[in-house]
Design a protein around this ligand. Structure first.
Ligand SMILES: [Zn+2]
Length: 123
């Protein structure tokens, strides 16, 4: 099995709803996002996924979130903008935009809110 992972960063603000603690207050994060593709077969070049194509597909999604107030940004105007929900959102959106070869699929999205706190979504 092969895995290919790219990483991108963005900044955004949020406040958690129905939460009692520091995170209910308005604050921001410098998010770090890791996107991993997985598959058993390489293409004729020897690639699982072209890093450039994967980065482009992720960048489109990250650009929507970058420097946003997430609590006004659908679906996070309704869904809580937790790292877990955001990781799933990024997974679903990247999955729509990526053109992977046969047997290659999006494995997971990991989203760091801080250097020591990360949420992972993997279907
Ligand atoms: Zn937060």
């Amino acid at each position: 099995m092969f895995e290919v992972t790219i990483e991108q960063t963005f900044a955004a603000g949020h406040a958690l709803r129905n939460y009692h603690g520091k995170c209910e207050n308005v604050h921001g994060h410098n998010y770090r996002c890791q996107v991993t593709m997985e598959g058993e077969q390489l293409d004729h070049v020897g690639l699982l996924v072209d890093f450039v194509a994967l980065k482009k597909a992720v960048q489109v999604v990250i650009d929507r979130l970058d420097h946003q107030w997430l609590n006004d940004f659908p679906p996070f105007d309704v869904l809580n903008p937790s790292a877990e929900n955001m990781a799933k959102y990024i997974y679903d959106e990247v999955n729509k935009g990526i053109d992977a070869g046969p047997g290659v699929h999006l494995e997971s999205v990991r989203l760091w809110e801080t250097d020591t706190s990360v949420a992972t979504y993997r279907p």
